[in-house]
Design a protein around this ligand. Structure first.
Ligand SMILES: Cc1cc2nc3c(=O)[nH]c(=O)nc-3n(C[C@H](O)[C@H](O)[C@H](O)COP(=O)(O)O)c2cc1C
Ligand code: SF4
Length: 643
């Protein structure tokens, strides 16, 4: 059913796959379309999306969202939007653009004035950070939305999506938490939905019947006192009556857990879409962690929704629909739900999006990344079959080089497989399977379970050697005693432990991402876990969204976190630590060392250069840097495409 057509209003979509709106920060300084943006969206249309919902675009300057935002409120942007529409249409997809006013979710630093919303917003310290809109201003904004839709239509786009979800202006009006107005825009649901309804009516009036109007709403607000699922369904009915052709059901934010959290089960919000679907007769879109075809088909056939919305997986692999359609799911490069490259850059970093597993994001057509076949194939030896080694091998072999990879572990992806065994890392497992598929592709050869030395390498008669050996965990041998049998590195533990342990006292030395993740798994298995961290901050290597969710889990599971605490040594089964000058004794049945790792090629590696071999070192093993899959994949790709 996923590849069956769908009618939305008067427009036919080639399949049931929509790319949901995702801000990229690829617009130029005045909110105009750039070539990078055209290439980015064109690639996703080429990859098989049926409907592309272009990222949120501003309808007026005081609603700007983020450091830079695409704008649909100026005539001068129409030609650029037209080129964007053409690029998407060229590959057979339909394109609508999301129209947004950020309301009080924007910041004064972006817009130079107090953000506006339904009611004033006052912080706990008494600072006023948002003011209420007057009725006259609401009227003007309704016209601004409609004018933006007209610009979108002039650009040749197939429709618009009115953003009435998340924590932005129209959602703030819908929410009983943020809307405390006493006039006809506050109070009853009908009143709270009035602003959105007026926007839909105005857009329909200006743009006519053949223009898609989608509305993105929160299927529920999980905060106490927020919009209920029943109210969301009622609001959808009002919106359909006003002229909406499609209801895109997203959700509001919980206090702690963000809807991008890796710990949420796939498809967790489809139940809210189902509730809306039961109330309206126009198509309904659901999204949120949807990656597996079986789940997508289930949602469609069970009638929970009519259209499958996919966000980050389109960043990770723009061609996933085509690969699925061709019956080749192993070829899909899976999104890790890590948020590091996408949300990390767009929201936290104020940079344009990137992706940990897809090095081509936002530079789809850059010359460096357009691989060319080599004229003179070389023999290349690769040491290490992690993300850097496998990505390099694939790219280099794809260009005609003869490549052989050596891996000391019994299988490829050794360290990543371990990382996949902790909670919230489901995406990692799928990604490992994809890397294994690459390794089995036959374009290069591989020997696992063999620690390659200079003899093996030179016996291959290489022209070049690429070291991608990853890092070795720090053991802290001088402070802890491995001979007791109670001490392991976190990696050793993940490699050997089979979830048989429970009710034990575990001390984890090191509160970085590995330490916290391993603590989470042990606590989930019913152990009493203490994390000892030298610095003031734990779980530093994880993106904020997943970090908050992980810390919340650790807290709920009773994990004790000791920060600014140094490890002093061991006394039998007891770990000795010092916090604020005071020594503490921590009884332990198991002590896990998660104190980072050190990389760097072996001493003999540089000697190969003296024997006329070109030597390269990439990825984590190239230096003593901390683990970073994004860098490993980017370096593997770049070298593989240029060597
Ligand atoms: C980098 C990034 C930017 C996003 N920008 C928007 C946006 O502009 N408008 C919107 O409605 N949702 C936005 N979202 C949410 C996505 O549309 C989608 O609902 C979310 O990523 C969950 O779906 P997924 O698990 O398939 O990624 C964004 C998400 C990410 C990761
Ligand atoms: S950066 Fe991470 S979460 Fe974002 S698309 Fe890439 S793999 Fe997915």
């Amino acid at each position: 059913m996923l590849f069956q057509e769908l009618q939305i209003g008067n427009t036919r979509i080639r399949n049931r796959i929509a790319m949901t709106a995702m801000a990229t920060n690829l617009a130029d300084i005045s909110g105009g379309v750039t070539q990078a943006m055209i290439d980015y969206y064109g690639e996703r249309a080429k990859g098989g999306a049926g409907l592309i919902i272009i990222e949120n675009a501003g309808i007026t300057p005081n609603g700007r969202n983020g450091a830079v935002q695409l704008r649909c409120d100026v005539l001068s942007n129409v030609p650029g939007l037209g080129r964007l529409a053409d690029a998407i249409h060229y590959f057979g997809a339909k394109a609508i653009i999301q129209l947004q006013h950020a309301g009080q979710a924007t910041r004064q630093e972006y817009i130079g004035e107090l953000p506006v919303g339904p009611s004033p917003r006052v912080e706990t310290d008494g600072r006023m950070t948002g003011r209420a809109l007057s009725k006259l201003e609401i009227e003007q904004l309704v016209q601004d939305f409609a004018q933006a839709a007209v610009y979108a239509q002039q650009a040749g786009l197939d429709g618009v999506e009115i953003h009435a979800a998340h924590a932005y202006l129209l959602a703030e009006f819908l929410s009983p938490i943020s809307n405390r107005r006493q006039d006809e825009y506050g109070g009853s649901l009908e009143n709270r939905a009035r602003f959105a309804v007026e926007v839909i009516q105005a857009v329909r009036k200006r743009a006519g019947r053949d223009f898609i109007i989608s509305v993105r709403i929160n299927g529920v607000e999980l905060d106490e006192g927020g919009l209920t699922a029943q109210e969301a369904a009622q609001a959808a009915v009002l919106m359909e009556k006003a002229g909406a052709d499609l209801i895109n059901v997203s959700n509001g934010f919980q206090r702690h857990v963000d809807s991008l959290s890796a710990f949420l089960p796939a498809g967790w919000r489809s139940v809210y879409a189902e509730q809306v679907k039961g109330a309206v007769s126009v198509p309904v879109l659901t999204s949120g962690g949807l990656r597996k075809r079986e789940m997508m088909e289930d949602i469609l056939t069970s009638g929970q929704a009519d259209l499958i919305g996919v966000g980050r997986q389109f960043i990770a692999d723009p061609h996933w629909p085509e690969k699925l359609k061709r019956g080749c799911p192993e070829a899909i490069s899976h999104c890790l739900m890590c948020n590091v490259g996408c949300a990390g850059n767009r929201i936290t970093g104020k940079r344009s999006i990137q992706c940990v597993v897809n090095p081509d994001v936002a530079r789809e057509s850059a010359a460096l990344f357009a691989p060319r076949p080599v004229k003179k194939p070389r023999r290349i030896a690769v040491i290490g079959a992690g993300p850097a080694g496998l990505t390099f091998a694939c790219e280099a072999a794809g260009r005609g080089h003869t490549v052989h990879v050596w891996e000391r572990r019994p299988q490829v992806n050794g360290a990543m497989r371990l990382a996949a065994s902790v909670p919230g890392k489901g995406g990692m497992e799928a990604f490992c399977r994809h890397m294994e598929w690459l390794a089995e592709s036959g374009t290069f050869t591989i020997t696992c379970g063999c620690e390659a030395g200079p003899e093996e390498i030179m016996a291959f008669s290489p022209d070049a050697v690429v070291y991608c050996g990853g890092s070795v965990p720090n053991r802290l041998d001088r402070v802890v005693d491995y001979s007791t049998g109670k001490v392991k590195t976190a990696h050793e533990f993940l490699e050997t432990d089979r979830h048989e342990r429970s009710g034990q006292r575990v001390v984890v030395i090191g509160g970085g991402s590995v330490g916290c993740e391993v603590a989470d798994r042990l606590a989930e298995d019913g152990n009493f876990v203490t994390i000892v961290e030298m610095t003031a901050r734990v779980c530093g290597g994880t993106h904020d969204i997943n970090r908050r969710a992980l810390l919340e889990r650790l807290d709920e599971q009773g994990v004790l976190i000791l920060t600014e605490t140094s490890l002093e040594g061991m006394d039998g089964d007891t770990v000795l630590v010092k916090q604020g000058g005071v020594q503490r004794r921590l009884e332990a049945d198991l002590i896990l060392v998660a104190a980072g790792g050190r990389g760097g090629p072996p001493a003999w590696f540089s000697q190969l250069a003296e024997r006329g071999v070109d030597c390269y070192a990439i990825g984590e093993g190239a230096s003593a840097r901390p683990s970073n899959i994004m860098q490993a994949i980017q370096e593997g790709t770049a070298l593989g495409r240029t060597i």
